[in-house]
Each structure stands twice: as structure tokens, then as C-alpha cells.
Design a protein. Structure first.
Length: 144
């Protein structure tokens, strides 16, 4: 927000790139932990064997979305810092209501529980596309 207010576009973009790199790397590391150690993570909550069977599949599939979510979250934070909090809100609402819930319902009806977890990937991909569209539009509008 400070660099935006100071109209220092170069520093704003440099900070955004650094933030995107850090967030993407951090979330990729988190995704690897979720994919490699789902049983250990579920054991933290004293999960039953039945919950572990479902949870391991869920954690591994949902973890695939973490790096994509990092980009959407960082750009959503940028929108808020630029005073366009409504874009961040729209992004979040559409991800959940427009993509996640309908795709979870459809995949569950067509393919069963194991397929429902792919709805998170579908929602993140479409949310990221939408967020990148918003970002390019804002970038053009601000001439940077």
C-alpha cells in the first residue's frame, strides 16, 4: 500500500514479485509436507482409521492447490493494498460459491467422494485465471 500511495510502481512490482516468490515457495513446501506426511498430520488430531483413509486422500489432493492459492492470495492482498478490496472479496466469494461448491457437488454426484477433492483444484485454477484477469486489468488501468 505504501509504494502504491507513493506512486512508486517499480518498487511495488519488485515487492510483489518477492512476495509471490516467497509465498509460492512456502506453499509448495507446505504442499510437499501434506503429500508426504498426511498420516502424521492426521495423527495430531487422534484421527480414527476411517478418517485417516479419507483424510490421506483429501490432504494429498488439496495440497496440490497450495501453490496456486499462494498466487491468488498475494494478488488479493495487492488489490486490498491498492484500495480495491472489493476485487479481493469477489475473488474469494466466486472461488467458493462459483467454483468450489458446484464442482464438489457435481464431482461427488458423478464420481463419488474421492473425486470431490479435485473440486479444490478446479476452484483454484479458475480463481487464479479470474484473479490474473483482474490483475492485468488493474495494471493497465494504472499504467504500470
Amino acid at each position: 500500500g505504501y509504494n502504491y500511495g507513493a506512486k512508486n510502481r517499480a518498487r511495488m512490482m519488485k515487492t510483489l514479485k518477492l512476495g509471490l516468490t516467497f509465498a509460492f515457495s512456502y506453499m509448495t513446501l507446505g504442499a510437499l509436507v501434506f503429500m508426504i506426511f498426511p498420516d502424521a498430520l492426521l495423527s495430531l488430531f487422534n484421527a480414527s482409521d476411517a478418517l485417516k483413509a479419507i483424510g490421506e486422500v483429501a490432504l494429498r489432493r488439496i495440497a496440490l492447490t497450495f501453490p496456486l492459492a499462494a498466487i491468488s492470495i498475494m494478488l488479493g492482498s495487492l488489490f486490498q493494498a491498492m484500495g480495491d478490496g472489493y476485487l479481493s472479496m469477489i475473488q474469494s466469494i466466486i472461488r467458493q460459491l462459483g467454483f468450489l461448491i458446484p464442482s464438489a457437488w457435481l464431482l461427488g454426484r458423478l464420481f463419488g467422494l474421492d473425486a470431490v477433492w479435485f473440486s479444490f483444484m478446479i476452484a483454484e485454477v479458475f480463481a487464479l485465471i479470474m484473479t490474473l484477469f483482474f490483475f492485468k486489468k488493474e495494471k493497465r488501468k494504472l499504467n504500470f
